[in-house]
Design a protein around this ligand. Structure first.
Ligand code: SF4
Length: 442
């Protein structure tokens, strides 16, 4: 077999069966650079991000490495089946959760959990070359090697994703990151991240850190920001952080200076009871004050909100809307709670017989779930019916995606940032239209 590998990030199908093409929030642009960077120098490699490119089924590569994060698993299986039919060796790479192993095993020769570094990738490729591939490899997530961003050279994206570490120091019950990392995290070497940001800055003026929480280690974050500033990288960037970053003026100042212009904060709910029930230890009474502090440093706040927790009822949506307006949230990201296997929320709802899909097998086989329709309620809420929850959720989405509201939220002291924020908000409007046509008028 020639030493050649074809690394593919497949897209996924929406509920109407159509493949998602072009930019969307799920086509993580660091996955291909991450895996591509681990391939040994004596191997040839081709890459394909199917959101933007077509898969070449006539490739002369003997090994196909499919990156599949979870929501795209059902479609990735279709791709795997086709390559298997063509006699290729198919490996699923960088898959984190274990609940979908059955699907992956059926469709592939091998599954890699975690992220192989250069040494581990060489081991897997040698095993494939000499016909001794193991069914499963488990490599953890040490990302301390240099990613290869050259595969993104010809693709136009609104921003490019970077990574400073993996995991999260928190351990929230509903969260997939917590399900995998259990309250632990690991940071990458700063020199490595800086090298990649320099490469990214030649491709795009905007970057987003894909970390679940960039505020895992304040000291590390400040050092990284100072290096970005000292190296004059000159990109504007954003990332996800916990709301307690609002208490940390020193870090916020360093963030702004390094080009950070938006932080994505997981507020999730403004109910004390809800936060307690999901082991998220923040005080919602402080949310507005901390958000104002972040904004005072010139950094906009995007907010994640989730609906369907046990303390939620029909009034929750209006209260949350008032909060979004009062706290001047630049980009509200609204979701109905999705009980994902591997999380404690899933286990709890299953134990209470409140899931609307009975077990992992059915979950895995429920293709629509993997197209992530974020208005769908797959469980029985406690204080509101599923149908009313979906309806109220869509009403809130409609309010949030009105043009005057979007303009008001997007305004910032920089014209170009305002345009960028408006375009991000405009994505909500498109999403709302799609959901409305699936759901019917509300
Ligand atoms: S803070 Fe965010 S990333 Fe961390 S465990 Fe909680 S929900 Fe997950």
């Amino acid at each position: 077999m020639e030493k050649k590998i074809y690394i593919i990030q497949p897209t996924y199908r929406k509920m109407d069966g159509k493949k998602v093409k072009g930019w969307n929030q799920f086509n993580h642009s660091y996955n291909i650079p991450m895996l591509s960077g681990a391939v040994p120098d004596d191997w040839k490699k081709d890459t394909c991000i199917e959101y933007f490119e077509e898969i070449n089924y006539e490739t002369d590569a003997g090994i196909i490495l499919l990156l599949c994060m979870g929501y795209d698993i059902m479609y990735a299986r279709e791709v795997a089946d086709e390559f298997k039919r063509l006699g290729k060796t198919v490996i699923f790479g960088s898959h984190l959760d274990k609940f979908s192993e059955k699907i992956l095993f059926e469709a592939s020769d091998s599954v890699i959990h975690g992220s192989p570094g250069r040494k581990e990738m060489k081991m897997v490729l040698d095993d494939a070359l000499y016909g001794r591939l193991k069914k499963v490899y488990d490599f953890g997530t040490d990302l301390n090697y240099r990613f290869d961003y050259s595969s993104l050279k010809n693709i136009r994206m609104p921003y490019i994703q970077a990574v400073m570490g993996t995991g999260c120091r928190n351990n929230c019950d509903y969260c997939c990151t917590a399900g995998v990392y259990n309250g632990k995290y690991r940071m990458r070497k700063i020199s490595m991240v800086i090298g990649e940001l320099k490469e990214i800055s030649k491709l795009n003026k905007y970057a987003a850190f894909n970390d679940s929480n960039i505020y895992n280690n304040a000291l590390y974050l400040r050092r990284l920001c100072r290096e970005i500033t000292a190296n004059k990288i000159g990109i504007k960037w954003g990332g996800q952080a916990t709301i307690d970053i609002g208490n940390d003026d020193e870090t916020l100042a360093a963030l702004y200076e390094s080009g950070c212009r938006i932080l994505y904060i997981g507020f999730e709910t403004i109910s004390h009871k809800n936060l307690k029930s999901i082991s998220k230890s923040f005080n919602p009474d402080k949310y507005k004050e901390l958000t104002a502090k972040i904004r005072s440093h010139g950094i906009a706040v995007a907010g994640y909100f989730m609906f369907g927790f046990d303390d939620d009822n029909k009034d929750t949506f209006e209260k949350t809307w008032e909060f979004i307006k009062d706290a001047k949230i630049t980009l509200p990201l609204l979701n109905v709670l999705l009980p994902v296997p591997g999380t404690r929320v899933y286990d709890r709802l299953k134990q209470q017989n409140r899931l609307r899909f009975p077990d992992e097998i059915e979950f895995g086989n429920t293709s629509p779930l993997y197209s992530v329709p974020c208005y769908k309620c797959y469980f029985k809420p406690l204080n509101i019916s599923s149908a009313l929850l979906e309806k109220k959720y869509l009403e809130l989405y409609r309010k949030a995606s009105r043009i005057p509201e979007m303009i008001k939220r997007s305004l910032s002291s920089s014209f170009s940032d305002s345009v960028k924020f408006f375009l991000m908000n405009y994505g909500l409007r498109k999403e709302y239209r799609k959901m409305k046509s699936e759901f019917g008028n509300v």
